[in-house]
Write a protein that binds this ligand. Structure first.
Ligand SMILES: C[S@@+](CC[C@H](N)C(=O)[O-])C[C@H]1O[C@@H](n2cnc3c(N)ncnc32)[C@H](O)[C@@H]1O
Length: 225
């Protein structure tokens, strides 16, 4: 039935490693080093929990946990196959693997017992999630972040974004069109719309980092801090 060409999920058939639950993202090796370099300015000297939303294969989560050893990196994803992969990568690479959390960002996720048990969060990271999920998911990320972040905590959104009707490159414009053809509720998010939606939740868009391949890393923090 499905005519979708862009999938918000990784499958064993297409992305599986033989013999275990690990899945491989085709963009992980390209994306992870510059993301780590940029996050480093915010997380290198920090402690406490960082919750990753929509962690997918879990390769980024394992790499981030290795890059920021003083941080307690906890990955989450709504899909069981993704959580199996997150767990398998963590077991393969980390001394103290953390079990991933089943988390749908469109819901009231900050009240999940597993999230509440973490205490105030040093950070929340969502990479390549906002464009391939309905806007309600982005709103859910922001609402939950406003509730779950520590006063000095930050929310990091990574991926392709747009500025109003302007795209960062023709590739992103075509990507947006293709996403919307797959699902009219998907599409690259406008940075200004994100700024406003965050402000309504007392979060401030602090910095917009240009990243390779016309991606960006957006950093939000509480307005009052
Ligand atoms: C394109 S993948 C990105 C995975 C990973 N963060 C990365 O950068 O490789 C999109 C991810 O968003 C997750 N996702 C989709 N809808 C979601 C929702 N409502 N709440 C949380 N995560 C969601 C999917 O399960 C998937 O893991």
């Amino acid at each position: 039935m499905s005519r979708q060409r862009h999938f918000p999920r990784f499958t064993r058939e297409e992305h599986g490693l033989a013999g275990d639950d690990r899945l491989e993202s085709p963009t992980f090796l390209r994306n992870a080093p510059p993301i780590i370099a940029t996050l480093s300015a915010y997380l290198r000297d920090r402690t406490g929990p960082v919750l990753e939303i929509g962690a997918g294969t879990g390769q980024h989560a394992a790499a981030f946990a290795l890059a920021f050893p003083s941080i307690d990196w906890i990955a989450s994803d709504p899909l069981a196959t993704h959580r199996d992969s997150i767990e398998a990568w963590a077991k393969a690479l980390l001394d103290a693997p953390r079990a991933p959390i089943a988390l749908d960002a469109a819901g009231d996720w900050s009240r999940l017992p597993e999230v509440a048990a973490l205490g105030p969060l040093t950070g929340i990271y969502a990479g390549n999630v906002t464009h391939i999920a309905p806007w309600a998911v982005t709103e859910g990320v922001l609402t939950g972040a406003a509730a779950a972040l520590a006063p000095s905590g930050r929310l990091f959104l990574y991926g392709p974004f747009r500025e109003g009707d302007e795209f960062f490159g023709d590739g992103n414009r075509r990507f947006d069109q293709a996403l919307r053809a797959d699902d009219p509720h998907w599409g690259l998010r406008d940075i200004d719309a994100l700024r406003l939606a965050a402000r309504a939740r007392h979060l401030r868009l602090e910095t917009v980092h240009p990243m390779p391949a016309n991606n960006h890393l957006l950093v939000f923090r509480r307005s009052s801090s």
